[in-house]
Ligand binder design. Structure first.
Ligand code: THU
Length: 148
């Protein structure tokens, strides 16, 4: 049997990643941590742009990093945390869970479908986290299998 997933540890890694967020326009610092079946964790943070619409979310940043590191299958869990930075610019969890935006759900789905997993998504907030399957956040998803 595979090891149980330590959601708190993954959320903690996501919060660590949020320290690297570049979010001067929204002031909303987000970190994401991807857990793969072999135990590898890959993190990412949001990277905004002066042309606001070109900003990249933490989850997408983490997926791109994972791909670069050779991890494209076996995505079993994702932790996301974020919120307005504190007065020193440090990241902190907001009172509401951060759920992946629609675009990030689709990006996560690409990797999930490739590896035939349905990852747990841990959405952190100041007093805990909410937990959802990706398939619940993105039902009837369109993915690589639809193009065959
Ligand atoms: N953001 C993420 O990085 N991930 C999410 O799940 C929600 C939103 C970023 C995008 C933008 O840089 C900032 O948070 C405010 O929307």
């Amino acid at each position: 049997m595979s090891n149980p997933i330590d959601a708190e540890a993954l959320l903690s890694q996501a919060l660590g990643a949020a320290a690297h967020a570049y979010a001067p326009y929204s002031g909303f610092h987000v970190g994401a941590a991807l857990l793969f079946a072999d135990g590898t964790v890959v993190t990412g943070s949001n990277f905004e742009n002066a042309s606001y619409g070109l900003s990249v979310c933490a989850e997408t940043s983490a997926i791109l990093s994972a791909n670069h590191q050779g991890h494209r299958e076996g995505l079993v869990a994702v932790a996301v945390v974020g919120g307005p930075a504190d007065e020193n610019g440090a990241p902190r969890c907001g009172d509401d869970p951060v759920t992946p935006c629609g675009r990030c759900r689709q990006v996560l789905n690409e990797v999930a479908q490739l590896g035939q997993t349905d990852p747990l998504i841990f959405c952190g907030h100041s007093t805990g986290y909410a937990q959802h399957r990706l398939s619940a956040l993105l039902p009837h998803a369109f993915g690589p299998a639809n193009l065959t």
